[in-house]
Design a protein around this ligand. Structure first.
Ligand SMILES: Nc1nc2c(c(=O)[nH]1)N[C@H]1C(S)=C(S)[C@@H](COP(=O)(O)OP(=O)(O)OC[C@H]3O[C@@H](n4cnc5c(N)ncnc54)[C@H](O)[C@@H]3O)O[C@H]1N2
Ligand code: MOO
Length: 403
């Protein structure tokens, strides 16, 4: 099988996502950051009634004048407990912010412009124009208005307006469920005492973190040895539990103990492609098991993480309805690089600014895909396209930001 170009591999992976996104209803207090599955329509009008924007006195514009006038306070309108009567000539109603404007009133005199006299009288020192300090019914939104739209994420302000629109819960795109399965007889979890031929399984932590950063819920299937039947059984269980994406780590290459692909095929996977024109990450494998998308990542830690940024992140954002995350920016090479071969290269690098403020990417000298230390120090990947000619220091390049 020829090596698939990276862009083509991503396109084919995304094409495996089901046409319909899964949705669920969540209560408003759990909806922060979630993506709306449907438009949210106002179930009521806000404000539901004309109300006061100030603490003061509701009255009739015609009763005030530029010189001081005395008026009679005939009652009170508070938020939640309005004035039930009607006010007439020379009368005002004591009113508080948010309280209904009494019948007959057409403006509000702010408290600061009134002098309280004895015997329920006030002296007004200002003549408010009609409508002053009145928030009219429906000025915010009317019943039936769509204010937040399908595909938008629930920010604090959108949560607030959804609550005001009287929605106790919202229909949102379900978080993608991702199962992560590490394979290999040599692997032990962190905190173990490794025997002579053993190593610590590290990949699932970084891969899981990338998945979570992209809105997914994780099911950690742990470590399974190089046992095809056991891997097949774990895969079947993951599919039965309805995961959207199954990520396998390791065993993706061509060695006698690379059993992941045969195990997945036994479980019923339809292989879409295997091996891509990329370094690191050549043995990447993609297929589908019913509605579950299978992403077989190479075991080398750097390969599995670079592939997670390039493939797991986009498929999860697509499944979860999140906008694509564009990590690509341009920079200049900090050092000369040799001509590239048939695999698109993702070279671990560090960013700095030169004296002109230009973004400079310095490649690390060692690029072995098993070296986690270099990757932990990197903040970008310098992309060298297939067949790129040798490039001098200062040459423009495309980089992928890691944070
Ligand atoms: N003859 C060939 N050999 C290899 C090829 C090839 O094309 N022909 N490709 C190489 C490339 S590139 C890569 S990448 C690796 C990928 O191999 P696998 O996906 O089969 O991974 P493993 O052999 O299982 O493991 C590779 C390496 O990574 C370690 N590992 C595995 N899982 C974990 C984990 N969860 N945490 C930390 N480290 C892990 C494992 O011990 C190995 O050292 O194949 C090359 N070989
Ligand atoms: O391409 Mo492999 O992914 O170098 O280590």
């Amino acid at each position: 099988m020829a090596l698939l170009p990276v862009d083509e591999a991503l396109r084919r992976l995304l094409a495996l996502a089901p046409a319909e996104r899964r949705t669920e209803s969540v209560s408003l207090d759990m909806a922060h950051g979630r993506i709306l599955a449907e438009d949210v329509r106002a179930l009521l009008t806000h404000p539901a009634f004309d109300n006061s924007a100030m603490d003061g006195y509701a009255g009739r514009h015609e009763d005030f004048s530029k010189t001081a006038v005395e008026l009679t306070v005939i009652g009170q309108s508070a938020a939640g407990r309005g004035f039930t009567g009607r006010l007439g000539a020379g009368e005002v109603v004591r009113i508080f912010t948010g309280a209904p404007i009494p019948e007959g009133a057409d403006c509000v005199l702010a408290q600061e412009d009134a002098e309280r006299l004895a015997n329920d009288r006030i002296r007004a020192h200002f003549s408010p124009p009609k409508g002053r300090h009145i928030r009219p019914k429906g000025q915010d939104f009317a019943k039936g208005d769509v204010i937040v739209h399908a595909g938008e994420s629930m920010t604090p302000a959108r949560l607030t307006v959804a609550a005001a629109m009287n929605h106790p819960s919202l229909s949102v795109v379900a978080r993608p469920k991702v199962a992560i399965l590490a394979t290999g007889d040599e692997l032990l979890p962190p905190g173990s005492q490794p025997g002579p031929d053993q190593i610590i399984a590290s990949n699932s932590f970084g891969v899981g973190a990338i998945a979570r950063e992209n809105g997914a819920d994780i099911i950690d299937l742990g470590i399974i040895g190089d046992d095809k039947t056991a891997i097949t059984e774990a895969v079947r269980q993951a599919v039965r539990s309805g995961v959207d994406v199954l990520v396998t780590l390791g065993g993706a290459s061509v060695g006698d103990h690379d059993l992941v692909q045969p195990a997945l095929l036994d479980a019923g996977m339809v292989l879409d492609f295997w091996k891509i024109a990329m370094r690191p990450g050549k043995p990447l494998m993609v297929g589908s098991l019913g509605k579950t998308v299978v992403l077989g990542l190479p075991g080398n830690p750097v390969s599995s993480l670079v592939c997670s940024y390039l493939f797991l992140e986009p498929i999860l954002r697509h499944l979860g309805g999140l906008p694509a995350n564009n990590r690509l920016v341009s920079a200049q090479l900090g050092e000369a690089l040799p001509a590239n071969d048939v695999r698109q290269d993702y070279i671990r690098g560090r960013l700095r600014k030169n004296d002109n403020g230009d973004r400079i990417a310095d490649p690390f000298a060692r690029q072995d895909s098993s070296m986690m230390r270099v990757f932990a120090q990197a903040d970008c990947l310098i992309i060298r396209p297939v067949g790129a000619p040798a490039a001098e220091a200062g040459a423009p390049c495309e980089i992928m930001l890691l944070s």
